[in-house]
Design a protein around this ligand. Structure first.
Ligand SMILES: Cc1cc2nc3c(=O)[nH]c(=O)nc-3n(C[C@H](O)[C@H](O)[C@H](O)COP(=O)(O)OP(=O)(O)OC[C@H]3O[C@@H](n4cnc5c(N)ncnc54)[C@H](O)[C@@H]3O)c2cc1C
Length: 598
């Protein structure tokens, strides 16, 4: 895709900043004569823009200090936003400062709170600049700590938590390191549905399913892109399918997790996705709760930075950076569970150049920066060839169109002014096809069903991301594509709505004609939710070097080692299942090896 990221990101940041400096209203004040005091005493309210809307705070000042900060209202994601909402107000009051570190993984919520408080300070006549002067309080207290354990798990997403639970179950002492303020990773952001066939939960509901059925879907999907790809390794997929059943039962029997429904997922009609009540955060919260109660230590805001090895190259521990300073952890086994690299532009450019430029828009956890892959590579781990992304369809930079990327009835046009796919394909296939074009536009007309979006787009003009025209000829000009091609393409598409004949086999029910001007074309870009790639492992999830030998004491699972299952198309419900299954098996193998003295 050729698009100007720098310019677009600058524009986006300006937009976000403008919105963030949202109005802040003085609610009630008991102004006292200011005298030489720092603030006009009283209670003020302020609003900052978070991820999901406004974050409203109330700040109370006396003449000389910030007395309290309270988050009154917000729509931020439960779990991820807990740390900033709990801690930033307290830190502001305790240290009388706005020089508060944002919480890793919850930057937007943190900034929303800080901006809202800042505005209240201004209203109260305080000096924002002096409050923003950083203090050295933290660095003064930094210490070096040494710990020892059987198994260190790096990363507290699905893989890491399952690995920790399983290693503990099999008798090992375990420490989990998580670099963000909360555990969960991409797993917590996912739908949390895990695929498995022939489970007792399916049987209880009378759902007929088989491994063969899942395997045949797997083969069909993987053949839709990159037909000569080296992966998947179907023997590994076959074993994974057997182990997926064990994991699906284990989560309920051992962890006390629960499924509230078993469904297909649109493109995958067989009911084999086992969903918890509230999505992926249920999975990670339940495992975290369980292992914490069992005494497993979870150190958050503690990124692992290096693996320790002895003179023979055997892994013997981990170096991490905790809030209080550097930690050296001596360990018999280390499990890499740091997720993929969808948020690391440098790794994308190196490993999946076709998807370079997608990091900013990726839905993956901000923790997905490939740390474990980088650490293992330094020790000589072999990386899987043909890394790819886990596609989540496509996305627009126009916020008003949030959600419309899932509307498969829409028509997509490329830089030639032509369609290039059946838009109602699986979302991972959409990502792949979109990435193959120079530029992709989604067309929207002004018919009744689109009224809300058309109105919003009109209000955003002029805009680099949007083209408009009263006719397809005018629209083509504004898009910079061939007029003849666009006119012919739209004629054929609209006829398909009547006849059911579509050049790309789109089902008639999914074709909604585009025939009421004004027309709008909006740029869309490939969107990801993770990566396929990572380090090669053997069947026990032990990390391998290029010569096939094991790096002693080092394991990997989840997105750190998932390419073996896929070519370029994600299978719904399989990535969380692989995270949990590979974590469970790596944890079990590591613990058994420790207990056996290996
Ligand atoms: C929005 C979204 C929806 C999805 N929906 C589905 C779905 O419905 N079904 C499905 O099967 N898959 C889905 N996926 C994909 C799936 O969630 C992931 O592939 C899978 O959960 C990855 O698990 P993981 O344990 O490898 O990584 P993660 O869950 O991301 O965990 C990795 C953890 O490691 C931490 N970490 C990273 N570096 C370090 C370090 N140096 N030190 C310490 N900690 C570190 C990260 O902060 C993170 O918490 C979705 C993904 C997203 C983003």
């Amino acid at each position: 895709m050729k698009f100007n990221w720098k310019k677009s990101i600058t524009l986006l940041l300006c937009f976000v900043l403008m919105i963030s400096l949202a109005a802040c209203a003085k609610e009630t004040t008991n102004e006292v004569p200011n005298g030489s005091g720092t603030y006009k005493a009283g209670s003020y309210t302020g609003v900052g823009k978070g991820n999901n809307g406004d974050v409203k705070v109330e700040v109370v000042f006396d003449e000389n200090s910030i007395v309290s900060v309270k988050v009154l209202e917000h729509a931020e994601t439960d779990g991820i936003s807990n740390a900033p909402i709990d801690r930033i107000p307290t830190e502001i009051v305790e240290n009388q400062t706005l020089a508060v570190d944002v919480i890793a993984g919850a930057t937007n919520t943190s900034n929303a709170i800080l901006l809202a408080v800042e505005d209240c300070v201004k209203q109260a006549g305080g000096n924002v600049d002096s409050l923003k002067l950083a203090t050295d309080k933290k660095d003064d207290n930094k210490t070096e700590t040494e710990m020892s354990t059987d198994v260190v798990v790096i990363g507290g997403g699905g893989t890491g938590l399952a690995a920790a639970a399983s290693a503990h179950e099999h008798g090992a002492d375990v420490i989990v390191l998580e670099k963000l303020a909360t555990v969960g990773g991409s797993t917590a952001l996912s739908g949390g549905g895990i695929s498995a066939t022939g489970t007792r939960f399916q049987k209880e509901l009378g759902i007929e399913d088989s491994k063969e059925s899942w395997m045949s879907l797997w083969k069909e999907r993987q053949s839709t892109s990159n037909p000569n790809g080296k992966y998947p390794d179907y023997d590994v997929v076959d074993t994974f399918m057997d182990e997926a059943i064990v994991t699906t039962h284990w989560l309920v029997d051992y962890i006390k997790h629960a499924y509230t429904k078993i469904e297909g997922f649109g493109f995958d009609p067989v009911a084999r996705l086992h969903f918890p009540e509230k999505g992926g955060a249920d999975v990670t919260n339940n495992i975290e709760k369980f292992i914490s109660a069992e005494g497993v230590q979870i150190l958050t805001e503690t990124p692992a930075t290096d693996l320790l090895t002895d003179d023979s190259g055997n892994v013997i521990g981990v170096i991490a950076e905790g809030p209080e300073g550097r930690i050296k952890i001596n360990a018999k086994k280390v499990i890499l569970a740091t997720g993929g690299f969808a948020k690391n532009e440098e790794l994308l450019e190196r490993l999946v150049p076709q998807m370079a430029g997608t990091a900013a828009m990726s839905a993956a956890s901000v923790g997905s920066t490939g740390d474990g892959i980088i650490m293992a590579e330094k020790l000589g781990a072999a990386l899987y060839e043909e890394a790819w992304v886990i596609g989540l369809g496509m996305g627009s930079k126009v916020q008003e169109l949030r959600g419309i990327e899932w509307d498969s009835t829409k028509v997509l046009i490329n830089e030639k002014g032509e369609r290039f796919m059946n838009e109602s394909s699986h979302y991972a296939i959409v990502t792949n096809k979109v990435s193959e074009q120079e530029q992709v536009w989604m067309l929207i007309d002004s018919s009744e069903g689109n009224a809300k979006h058309a109105e919003a787009l009109k209000g955003l003009l002029p805009n680099d991301e949007i083209a408009t025209g009263e006719t397809f000829e005018e629209l083509a000009k504004a898009m910079g594509v061939s007029e003849a091609n666009l006119v012919n393409t739209m004629k054929a598409f609209n006829e398909g709505a009547k006849t059911g004949n579509d050049a790309f086999g789109k089902p008639q029910a999914m074709i909604v004609p585009v025939e009421t001007g004004s027309y709008y074309a909006v740029k869309f870009y490939p969107k990801t939710m993770g990566t396929f790639g990572g380090v090669k492992t053997n069947e026990n999830y032990q990390v391998l070097k290029a010569d096939g030998s094991v790096i002693n004491n080092l394991y990997a699972g989840g997105e750190v080692a998932n390419k073996v299952l896929y070519n370029q198309v994600y299978m719904s419900g399989s990535a969380v299942q692989f995270a949990l299954t590979s974590g469970r098996l790596a944890g079990e193998h590591a613990a058994k090896a420790v207990l056996a003295g290996n």
